[in-house]
Design a binder for this molecule. Sequence first.
Ligand SMILES: *Cc1c(COP(=O)(O)O)cnc(C)c1O
Length: 371
Amino acid sequence: MSELPPIPITTVRLGAEEEALVLEVLRSGMLAQGPMVERLERDFARLVGVPHAVAVNNGTTALVAALQALGVGPGDEVITSPFTFVATMNAILEVGATARLADISLDDYCLDPARAAELVGPSTRVVMPVHLYGQSADMAAFTALASSNSLAIVEDAAQAHGSTFDGRPVGSFGVGCFSFYATKNFTTGEGGIITTTDDAIADRLRLLRNQGMRARYQYEIAGHNYRMTDLQAAVGIPQLERFEHTTSSRERNAAVLNEGLSGIDGLVIPTVMPGRRHVFHQYTVRVTSDARIDRDALIDHLGAAGIGCGIYYPRTVIDYDCYRNDPRVLAADIPEAERAAREVLSLPVHPYLSDADLERIVAAVRSALAP
Ligand SMILES: *Cc1c(COP(=O)(O)O)cnc(C)c1O
């Protein structure tokens, strides 16, 4: 076993600013859907460069509300990635729609636009790319696909706060759905937000979030309670102020890892695609059959060296009976997604890694795969 302290795969650090703002909320007595939530919405809309950001209680809710605001329901089809966190799928099923799963590209681990295009049919309403690990999907291709087939775009940007494609932030191409869960690059513990340039969608989202209520007891649609608390918003606001700094630390750490881990047989390091900003929610490598030891053995080796790692995700979403046997889940052949599930491994990349931590991670992987 390692004598050195373990290096966790994620670390959350909140400080005096968050404490002060949370205390302000506690003392104000305005605990839910109040001025702090409004302030967070304003700040987040600025980050994404859109006029509207609607805060909700988590990222899954953000996806559900986005689909509801677009009027997506039973009989409608949503094309998405099979290589994602299960929430993407659950949101589609929650609104009663059908999920069509197209294969991914191993270059960016995101939905492959060419494969998605093959699944467009008369019932397709939405294409839902997932900006996996913090890198934008090919939004030029998805924008073209959506406009030539009159589809809406819902972006699952749960892992990609601050990521851009051709200089434009994710969440501004379609209806953007972000998660503020504890492990994400930006967190309020639990929470989420929906971004849009469309006034009518934003208005519907605000109604849906609050029981369909326009003004007190004036109900316009059947809604829900998706509201965020001001306590959560207060945890988030100070993080936005230093967000560029924490994001560039992730990018810098990823560059150091890429440099240290290049040229190892059977190890595929992450690619930052041209024109995209990868915000490295995860630093994810692939361990192929050319590697000296397999992925499980590498995980054991890293564990013994005190280095946290994780598999995101060990199976495609269709690889579970509850989805495989659901007539509303239809998958094309997805060999690349299946390969990714077999081979991926995420290493620590969070902003609180020291140079010594990064050296230890590189040394541990090298000693296992290229001794
Ligand atoms: C985290 C995540 C979600 C769901 O967000 P929650 O806030 O946990 O509900 C959705 N999609 C992806 C890709 C995620 O990583």
